[in-house]
Design a protein around this ligand. Structure first.
Ligand SMILES: [Zn+2]
Ligand SMILES: [Zn+2]
Length: 85
């Protein structure tokens, strides 16, 4: 079985994160290394003392991983825009 090391869902061909030797989805590999949505947006306890923000509630681990990947793309766009101004 090649179920993902992060979310336990099957990893189909083309979904494998190239930097991981074990079966891991692209989004799950990012989530494992890059952190939760709250972390990407600097709302987690790494940035805000006492914060309990983490993965959004009600999502599966894989959905939360995709959300973190989207949040990362959003933050990166905002930073690119800030540089250009
Ligand atoms: Zn996964
Ligand atoms: Zn964090």
């Amino acid at each position: 079985m090649n179920s993902c090391t992060w979310c336990d869902e099957p990893v189909e061909p083309g979904q494998q994160h190239p930097d991981f030797a074990q079966p891991t989805h692209i989004e799950c590999g990012f989530r494992a290394v890059g952190g939760s949505v709250a972390h990407v947006e600097h709302r987690c306890s790494c940035y805000v003392p006492g914060s309990v923000e983490d993965d959004p509630p009600g999502l599966t681990k894989r959905e939360a991983a995709k959300a973190a990947l989207r949040a990362f793309a959003r933050v990166r766009r905002r930073m690119a825009m800030a540089r250009n101004n």
